[in-house]
Design a protein around this ligand. Sequence first.
Ligand code: ATP
Length: 568
Amino acid sequence: MVNMKIKALFVAPYAAMENLIEECRKQESELDLTIRTGNLQEGVALAKQAEAEGFDCIISRGGTAKLISEAVDIPVIDVRVSGYDMLRVLTLANDFPRKKAIVGFPAITAGAKAIIDLLDIPIDMFTIRDESETEALLRQLKEDGYQLIMGDVVTFETASRLGLLGILIQSGRESIFDAFKEAATVSRWLAKSRQEIERLKGFLRAAASDLMVLADNGSVVYEQWKTFSARPELDIPVAEGASEPGGPSREMVHATDPDGQSVQVVKTRIAIGESAYWLCEFFKQPTRREAEDKLRIHREPAPLIIHQSEAMNTCLTMIGRSVTYDRFIFIGGKGTGKRLLARHLHDLKTKGHGYFASVKAADLRELSPEEIPEEVRTVYVHAFDRLPGGREEIQWQKIEALKRRGLTLIFAMTEEEASGEHRIYEDGTIHVHVPALAERKEDLKELVTTFLLHFSQTLGTSAIRMTEKGMKLLADYDWPGNVSELKVLLQEAVVLEKGYVIEHSLIEQLLRRKGSESGASSELLKGTLDQIERKIIEKVLEEEGFNQTKAAKRLQINRSTLWRKLKD
Ligand SMILES: Nc1ncnc2c1ncn2[C@@H]1O[C@H](COP(=O)(O)OP(=O)(O)OP(=O)(O)O)[C@@H](O)[C@H]1O
């Protein structure tokens, strides 16, 4: 565009203008000009067509220019009625010894007034706001004895039709040259801005994935979708945050779209000048369906296992030495990496031949051994804590049937779950103790780096480093939820952090929130067992609006026991 000529359409509202434009264009070098004649709606139709054909701008005059500018999205330059144009027509009219008037929009009459006053010319002026007023006004003027009427195209045509002498205020060369110049300036400026916008959009597309920019009133200003096929139908509240001065400028919202897809939205408030906008970034969460699948099959090898610590190395040595066995119990806290290590064991045992499948203990009931695909070599049974009926519900017959199919069976349990289950101490069952993250803080740094890399590749987040102070905060925390908890915290951090480095203040904020989340329950756990029991009963009672029947039901004790415990 910068070195190309600007494609402009000149819509002349009257034929005589076309000739003058033709003449002027000989001295014009910046515009690739097309000239057409068409007044009002005719002009609009010509302009719309030009816009569709890729013209850069339209030049027209008066009412026609106004109508065109309402109908197209490209710049419309209005040829202004200059002092020279006015002077020309007034000088011409002055030679007629008749009662004269100028009729037109304010743009015409205001310009004329200055000259009329200055030169003391006996011409009256009548301003109209809308073309529809023209005919009635001219009829009235005719009755009042006016014979010569000056004005724009509509005025001129109406006057002629009513038998008055009409004089069209024509545009002279200077006005046309001015319009050429303005068309070139505006179009170049617009092309530059468009280029700038395209460049920014390009950066945005490269740097972020699915996003939407909302104005404070909730209307969509910009959107782009990469992993989503279309805008997820979500109700994203924008107004409350915006009206809170000093309120959080960034927050995370969890939502579910109408298809049940879980979506995470990070909202950032951006103030630009007087206006405020919400940049909403969308992240897909694993679908509930996927999570609910009875059998989750992994066909690919286990991802990299971080192990700098002695505790983890011992665990891996144990696994490496047990590959000839086919019944295992992996014992460790939530999120310690039991599944990951089980997949590693599977890889060692099968050397890449056969799939790894995991199933929740509660889903075993509905799973018949025939449903398990042939290629599956290892079945990992987990989530024993979510068995609705407790340990009694473990489907031992099913497990025996799986054993008979020659599959490697791996159970994942916490220390507590494993302790009461004598069957898992059967001969030939290997116990692998997976250390808690608190016992292997040496692994923390590399785990952080691995997760930052993982999120930057899968979510397109930019943070790739953690400050030393941030690392220290992570090392001081005791991670009851182990590696999973670390991973979730880092995911939140990378989504909130737009820079390359995660500062300790963000980690502090996220950890502090954990403190306040767990604070209430940990406070409950202080004191003797009787005191704790009483505090729990009181809390449940309060939550149930002091309804003893409801509280007793929730605590699974009868009402008289509840009453006795409160009395003691
Ligand atoms: N040593 C490690 N190196 C790299 N990633 C790890 C490591 N340990 C755990 N992870 C990652 O942490 C997350 C939790 O691990 P995993 O699901 O194996 O834990 P789990 O003990 O089976 O959890 P749960 O008790 O909730 O079933 C996974 O994304 C896993 O890849």
